[in-house]
Structure formats: structure tokens, C-alpha cells
Design a binder for this molecule. Sequence first.
Ligand SMILES: Cc1cc2nc3c(=O)[nH]c(=O)nc-3n(C[C@H](O)[C@H](O)[C@H](O)COP(=O)(O)OP(=O)(O)OC[C@H]3O[C@@H](n4cnc5c(N)ncnc54)[C@H](O)[C@@H]3O)c2cc1C
Length: 432
Amino acid sequence: MPIQEKNFWATTVESPALAAAPELPDSVDVAVVGAGFCGLSAARALAKRGVSVAVLEAKTFGWGASSRNGGMVLTGMKLPAPTLIKRYGKELVRKMYAASLETIDCVEQIIGEEKIDCNFSRCGHLEVACKQAHFDGYEETAALTKREFSHELRIIPRTELRAEIGSDIYFGGMVDEASAGLNPARYVAGLAHAAQRAGACLFDHTHVTSIEPEMKNGARRFRVSTSRGSLTAREVILASGAYTTEATPVLRKKIIPIGSYIIATKILPADLARELSPRNRMIYDSKHFLYYYRLTPDNRMLFGGRAAFFPATENTVRQSAEILRRGMLSVYPQLRDTKVEFVWGGTLDFTLDVMPHAGKIDGMYFAAGFAGHGVAAATWCGAKLAGLVCGDPNDIPFDGIEFPTAPFGLRSGNTWALPFAGAWYKILDFFT
Ligand SMILES: Cc1cc2nc3c(=O)[nH]c(=O)nc-3n(C[C@H](O)[C@H](O)[C@H](O)COP(=O)(O)OP(=O)(O)OC[C@H]3O[C@@H](n4cnc5c(N)ncnc54)[C@H](O)[C@@H]3O)c2cc1C
């Protein structure tokens, strides 16, 4: 019987997680579109500074990528440092890298301050090399990271890899001890509670349908129309990620929504779990079309990847379960007889330049493009946007860099060309 779609993380959160505010106010200082890490982190920070804020979420709090991801809280950015330096220059990339380390501290600090019970642990991440050439590149990456960013990465030769991973298919690895892991659904639920405790009003099942600037008593405001009525706001923060809709067409044209899928096995015996991941790392491989995997806090193997490239639907989720199971067995043949109990999917917010972006668009604050690095970066950017609203100096290194529009066919709402992009990455993986 085909396995039914079910997000493992969602089963670990008490329901109902949070009571939504009853009625939309007529006006607020700030309206936030989207209740994921970014929107909720922004709302928490704003409310703590006495700003009135309404979070408007089309589905339920944390419904988007924030409750569906691998829970890997990763250092660095999606693109390799040499590519970034060539594109943006050393000085700016140093700031970006420093920000990537700060994002993890930011998550750790919020979890500590708000006492969010989400299994946060600085367990480190392990990147494993699928080819000898990839492993050969690790030496250079580690040297550059140390020289330019004063950050330590540890190379693991193939002969020592068994201390890190119970698989023999890789050519070596590279460890970053600064990365962390958490349960994303519990984290985003905790953030929602924290934002509400601080005084933010949270509205679920409230789909923003349009946002128009208007003048009121000589001051510019935004009229935000939703499925539950409208309100006005002095400022708007767009935190709608990969799920950005036609309500904000300019931002939507810049987002490339890419499906990512995850399976989770039944709970493994403790000795098998230890064999598969002796140091409980967050693990991903060196391919473009990559696999990422980890143990869950209750010792399931959680195994994810871009099994299908289209945004998640019931169909792509079902197909992905089998593709991912085969992938998991290629890494861990030990799991041959282990039942897969969960499969689910979500949509990643990629951009054409594979970079996060934050700042202002169409007069509104926004942050997007986190790809597979959003747990920490979206949290941090949300807090930073809140600071900008309150007049803090702008030190977001992802603001002001060129933000290209996605080509037709890759854009949110019109993604017919995505399988070609997927095929391209598979070709790249074959040759590089
Ligand atoms: C399967 C998967 C695995 C991943 N694994 C990792 C990982 O291990 N580590 C990592 O760092 N990152 C990972 N990511 C990426 C990470 O989850 C995201 O980058 C991050 O959650 C983005 O947060 P966000 O707040 O910007 O957006 P989201 O969490 O997607 O929230 C956006 C919200 O906006 C709402 N919305 C959109 N439009 C409207 C509207 N018009 N009106 C009202 N509401 C609206 C949506 O309903 C949604 O809930 C993964 C993503 C996926 C899908």
C-alpha cells in the first residue's frame, strides 16, 4: 500500500497550538504577511519594542516551509565561497559569512530567551563528498574559510569517515561544528507563542489578497485586503517565502518555488541509529541534486532531497517517497528492512542568483530566497527587518545586491520549465 502523506514534525506539536486573535484591527503599525520563521521573528521583535503588529497567515501558523524542513540550522550560504567572492568581492562576502554565523546565534538566543522546547543542539554538520574531485576541493574550501572568515572547518579523510557516518559510499567529508539541529515545527510553534506573548496579534486563515498604498491625513499607509476584511498599516513586511502569491506580483516574479521532499523511517534501535550517525550530525552530500539527512530526536532516519522538482502536491509527494527510499538505501543499505512511516513535501524559495535577499520592494519590507538555509537566515532576517522598521541602521549584507527577476517558466505560479532546471542539475552532477 502506498504510504500516506504525513509530516513527522507536525505529529510532535500539541494541537491546537495557538489560539488566533479574534478580529482584524482597523489599523496597525506593521502588517506581516506570512507566519513562518521570518514573519514570526519579525513580529516578536516588533512587539517587544512596543510596535503594534498583525501577522496575517493564509493557512495555519507555521504551515509553510517552516514546519516542513529538515531542521538543519546551517552555517554558510548555498553558493560556495569562491563563487560568492568572485561575484560580490571579499569585503561584502566576509559580512555575509559573519551574518550566516550570527543567524545561528540568533536562533539559539531566541530559543533560550523564550524557553522553546525544540531539541536545539549544536551538533555540527557534515558534508560528504560524492566524488573524489569534490573531496579534493574541501581542502581549498577549508583553507579559504579559515583565511577569509576566520572560521574552522575540519576535513575528514575517507579512512576516518566511519566515525562520522555509517556509510562507505563517500570519498570523505567536511565538518562544521558551529551548525545545529532542531525540531522545526516545535520551533515555529514556539516562535508564534513568543510573538503573541510579546503582544503581536496573530491571524490564521487570513489570506492577503492585495496591498495598495494610500494617503491618510497626509501620510502614506498601506491598505491590506484579506479574506477576512481589510486593515491599514504604516509598514508591511512580506514574509511569504516560496508561497508568495499574486497579492505581491513584483516579489512573486523573483521567487523560484522548488519542491523538496522528506521521508522518515520508524524509530530505529539505538545501536543502529548510532551506527548510521555516530555524532548525530546534520548531513548533506556534495551534489547539486543533493540528499540531506539526519536522525530525529526520537531516532528515526529523516532523509530528504529534491526527488521531484515541482512544488509539493499530493502526486509529487507520493512519487518522492519511493525515489527517496531508494536514495536512502544507496547511502544506508542497513535500512533495507526498515519501514518508512512518513513522507511529506514543501516548497523552497530559490532565487535566480541562489542568494537570500532582504530590504524593500515596492515600498514594503521583505526577505526571501533562503533556499535550504532558511531556518536560521529567515529568523535572523525577520528580526533585522523589525529593526529597520524601528529605525536601526541597516547592516543586512543581502540588502542592496542585485535581485534578478526569474525567467518566465521558473516563476512562482508558472513553473513549467522547472523539470528542465532539474534535468540540468542532474547533468551537472554527472559531469562535475
Ligand atoms: C522540505 C524542506 C526542507 C528544508 N530543509 C531545510 C533545512 O534543513 N535547513 C534550513 O535552513 N532550511 C530548510 N528549508 C528551507 C526553510 O524551511 C525555509 O527557507 C524557511 O522556512 C522560510 O521561512 P519563511 O518564514 O520565509 O517562509 P514560510 O515558512 O514558507 O512561511 C511563509 C508563509 O506565508 C504564508 N503566505 C504566503 N502568501 C500569503 C498571503 N498572500 N496571505 C497570507 N499568508 C501568506 C504561507 O501560507 C506560509 O505559511 C527546507 C524547506 C523545505 C520545503
